[in-house]
Design a protein around this ligand. Structure first.
Ligand code: AMP
Length: 422
């Protein structure tokens, strides 16, 4: 888990800005769900045999005896909210987006945190393949808008309850004959979650799965035409994709489409092997969680992974507006008046800075010099008593005295003039 320090915030803010603008354009409403949910939501929704549920959840028991879990992902909570607030009776599809932290007890490795931020999109109540294609397009658009090029979409279909059970049988019988050559994890997966053997990264399993039956050859008619339509949409919109028959993703709730988006170029000898975003269709999830059967699809992207890439690509940000006015004070009465004056500047939306903790004028002017402000205001004992203030132009060195209650208006005019001359 990591802190997000002030210098990191600009990355989060930039991503938030791009995501929220695109969400708005495509008609998604923002949702926030509690960071704690009942454990059962995830064990039921994601699946008991998945890595996330078996190994990666932060679980706790409350004083009242409830079993709760820190959100490891957003889809199950979003579907829970969709059911809880009767969104099935709204005009469908219901489109929701989110941006916030998730928690997974991961093994320590590059690109994996135990608290990481995700943003994501869910389209609920839509079974047409256009929704899957649009979700993929939205993630691609966001990454492109963040100036990340060299992206590739990997896509697969893992079928549905009609065709997947038969395919699983085929796969199990193929793997059974080769069980002794599988890695330890895959021996377990063979019994618990056979599709996960397909995305095992172990060398010895790669060789075996190369010859394994592929699900795309065993899709039922409905899944086949759904998948074909998505590929046609992707072709039409010119999005770069690869078919990846080994992509199954780790969560049980997927049906039909699964996808991930990768960055393909190595930057400074660093390969970005982890997916930036991933998602798919989950037509059975709402029913599993106690709602009506609801076709749906969505996806999520990892904010830290995107930030790492932005940093490696040395992405530039427009400089933040800097303070143009520095308020100095000398003496007790002046300090009191300065506090109030600073508020007047804030209300007038003039970015003004100060060093109220310093009493010496020299120290305050040194700081003003370092910041490179255009104007310094000096409120000394005499001025505080007389109700005046000194404006010093740091460029020309010229000073003038104005009435304290006129200084905000005067500065507004000066700064406006400065802007028009720039
Ligand atoms: P998932 O819910 O596993 O499909 O994750 C969706 C996206 O979230 C991934 O493509 C990653 O970008 C990001 N992500 C998932 N797990 C982590 C993690 N432990 N640390 C950082 N990012 C993650």
């Amino acid at each position: 888990m990591h802190d997000i320090l002030p210098e990191e915030q600009k990355y989060y803010q930039k991503i938030y800005e791009v995501v929220s603008n695109i969400a708005d354009f495509y008609g998604f409403g923002k949702i926030e769900t509690p960071v704690l949910e009942e454990t059962e939501l995830f064990s039921k929704g994601i699946g008991l045999a998945t890595d996330v549920v078996k190994e990666q959840m932060y679980n706790l028991k409350t004083k009242g005896g409830d079993f709760l879990t820190l959100r490891p992902e957003w889809t199950a909570p979003v579907v829970r909210a969709y059911i809880q607030y009767g969104m099935q009776s709204l005009s469908q599809p219901v489109k929701l987006w989110y941006f916030g932290p998730c928690y997974r007890y991961e093994r320590q490795q590059a690109g994996r945190y135990r608290q990481f931020w995700q943003f994501g999109f869910e389209v609920l109540g839509e079974k047409g393949s256009v929704a899957d294609a649009q979700i993929i397009q939205i993630f691609h658009n966001i990454l492109e808008e963040l100036k990340l090029k060299n992206l590739i979409i990997q896509i697969n279909s893992i079928g549905d309850n009609n065709c997947r059970p038969y395919y699983k049988k085929l796969l199990v019988s193929y793997l059974r004959g080769r069980e002794t050559s599988l890695c330890l994890d895959c021996k377990r997966r063979l019994r618990e979650n056979v599709l996960r053997v397909l995305d095992c990264k172990e060398e010895k399993c790669q060789i075996i799965k190369r010859e394994a039956p592929q699900i795309l050859d065993h899709l039922c008619d409905e899944c086949h035409s759904h998948f074909k339509e998505i590929l046609e949409f992707l072709d039409e919109t010119g999005l770069p994709y690869n078919l990846n028959p080994y992509l199954v993703r780790g969560l049980d709730y997927y049906t039909k489409t699964v996808f991930e988006i990768f960055f393909t170029k190595s930057v400074e000898k660093e390969n970005f092997l982890n997916a930036l975003a991933g998602g798919g269709r989950y037509d059975k999830l709402a029913k599993l969680l106690g709602g009506k059967e609801t076709s749906a699809c969505g996806g999520a992207a990892g904010v830290e992974r995107i930030i790492k890439l932005m940093k490696n690509l040395e992405m530039k940000f427009p400089k933040e507006a800097e303070a143009q006015v520095f308020l100095t004070q000398l003496g007790v009465l002046a300090k009191k008046k300065s506090l109030r004056l600073l508020e007047d500047f804030r209300r007038a939306k003039i970015k003004t800075t100060e060093a109220f903790g310093r009493d010496s004028l020299k120290a305050q002017l040194n700081k003003a010099n370092r910041l490179g402000v255009k104007y310094v205001l000096i409120l000394g004992q005499k001025e505080a008593l007389e109700g005046t203030i000194i404006i010093k132009n740091m460029g020309s060195g010229k000073q003038e005295i104005v009435k304290l209650d006129k200084v905000v208006g005067t500065m507004k005019k000066r700064l406006k003039k400065l802007k028009s001359e720039a």
